[in-house]
Design a protein around this ligand. Sequence first.
Ligand code: NAD
Length: 396
Amino acid sequence: MAEQIRFKSGTLKVSDNPIIPFIEGDGVGQDIWKSARMIFDKAVEVAYQGKRQITWQEVLAGKKAFDETGDWLPSETVKTIKEALVAIKGPLETPVGDGIRSLNVALRQDLDLFACVRPVRYFQGVPSPLKNPERTDITIFRENTEDIYAGIEWESQTEAVHKVIAFLEEEMKVSKIRFPETSAIGIKPISKEGSERLIRSAIDYALKNKRSRVSLVHKGNIQKFTEGGFRKWGYELVQREYAQELADGRLVVDDIIADNFLQQILLNPERFEVVALTNLNGDYASDALAAQVGGIGISPGANINYQTGHAIFEATHGTAPDIAGQDLANPCSLLLSGCMLLNYLGWTEAADLIEGAIEKAFENQKVTGDFAKLMPGVEGLKTSQFSRALLAYIEA
Ligand code: NAD
């Protein structure tokens, strides 16, 4: 019988038949979800000889939700995901217009999904701009709730911004605003709690996955209290909570300035295993690292609250309107996000089957059009053809 996943004493309790909500997604979401679902089900069936099965439950968000209910993000969707703890989603069209929150941001905020997790590894055969892309194998932990993404900003030359500037100059004795008459102002909150929970999650992930190095990436040389705080609180946390792991060599924690990090991931990517970053730095680094190993069509992601167990796994690309509905999209970002989900449940055998099938497909130059156009002489497969190849590898 299908059962809800539960979270007790810091661990997930997953039955053999868990209920997992999915958001199909807009645009290419419809092309890739169909294939991905078949592949997830086949991998679970083969890995556990039919003893385990996921009961998928569709929930609506995005354009499909708007067309069916008049609401871009129905409250029922958030409620269902809250109860089910774990969900997976395709890309969502963000409605354009004042006052409408990005749906992705809304889901992250409503469930307080504070860690954006992106494993970045290379698959042999994927076109990459690097000479040795296989040297990149890094898992990113990006803080998801603070920093300038809090959205605390005032527009230039408004009554509000003049009030803020007057407060800064008169009360706080700030004299460094170069052009106060025309400045816009933004606020960057970075807290001890927010930094600690993110860095703790990164370290626990590293230890669980037999990786020993965690690097704190920050801009503390310039932003001493915000970015510098992230670094300082990180080191204090490590001394307080991981002294044993440090002493027996299972854990090494270091730090690096964000601009140097962007240089080093190109020059010496093998220096990094798990990295923890504040929100904006994490945003830049995620796309730069994704590009090193083949780009957005293949990079998976998840937004997780490790304290409550809530997690949404997602394709990291957008709805790709230019190729939507044409059976052309690369399903690997969603598939690899599904592998993260399976690993999160502890169903690692099923995840390994899917990753292994993707590896084999790429080794044999079976790729979708987005990769094929970068591989002279290789003809791209349709989404459905590529998916059938993966199913065959899983069954073999
Ligand atoms: P996009 O990622 O949709 O497309 C950028 C380029 O990448 C396009 O050329 C597209 O064809 C290609 N591409 C993307 N995914 C692909 C795949 N799976 N296979 C092959 N090629 C792929 O970015 P965009 O055009 O800036 O945004 C389109 C829409 O998606 C917007 O409404 C935007 O708000 C939304 N969006 C949603 C998410 C999300 O839900 N996580 C993320 C980014 C953008």
